[in-house]
Design a protein around this ligand. Sequence first.
Ligand code: IBG
Length: 247
Amino acid sequence: MGREVAPSSHFTLSTLKRGTTLHIIMADRVKLHYFNGRGRMESIRWLLAVAEVEFDEFHMTTRDQYLKMLEDDDLLFQQVPMVEIDGMKLVQTKAILNYIAEKYNLHGKDVKDRVKINMYADGLMDLMEMIMILPFTKDVKPKLDNIEQKAKARYLPVYEKQLKDHVYLVGGQLSLADVLLMECTLMLEEKFTGILGDFRNVKAFQGRMKSRPAIARFLQPGSKRKPQPDEIYVKTIREIFDLKILL
Ligand code: IBG
């Protein structure tokens, strides 16, 4: 009779009885389908990096590649990010993040932790989205001012307060919310130098997060972390989606 065994470093062939068939189940590597840039996929890259899950990336560069994915019925709502994981083709950024968080114990210990994690996470997603769409807009200056004002007056105070006497945002353990806060604070600092000056708990949190090995690796050059958007990224996305209007 066959015996199914997940690959493990503690397993040696001598563990098997003579004559037993060994079926090793190799899970397919996670595949990310997006462009070669941050956009909505970057939070997913962050979360996988923290969960220490290896992944491969498929970068769309032409409209034809997008049309092919539509033709193959790969995109439920005709949108990316799309992530192939555990035999599924997942879309919708938040659903994807929640699945990964759930699977790798980054979604709290119970339903109340989970809803708090989601509140903190969704606030950060709202703030990051404002920054993400900037390269596709005109008249950026007033938008930047508005983002800075909202970051300082609406969002950062929430995290500053929670981190006053907590190491992690929710439930005393690392979660999706912490990972997104890390990503978001780095994005904010890129746009607004010194913005964390009045938020010492958030700054200290960022320091603690940076010293986690998986995060330190992700922050090293050559990792799968993407740089800030440039003209090529914007042009590619405009072409792929046939975008003629400015937001
Ligand atoms: N709710 C979806 C999600 O969260 O995944 C939205 C996904 C989405 O907007 N995808 C865009 C898309 O596929 C690409 S990311 N559009 C094609 C279409 O026909 O709708 C675009 C984007 C960037 C930066 I880049 C900021 C915001 C959106």
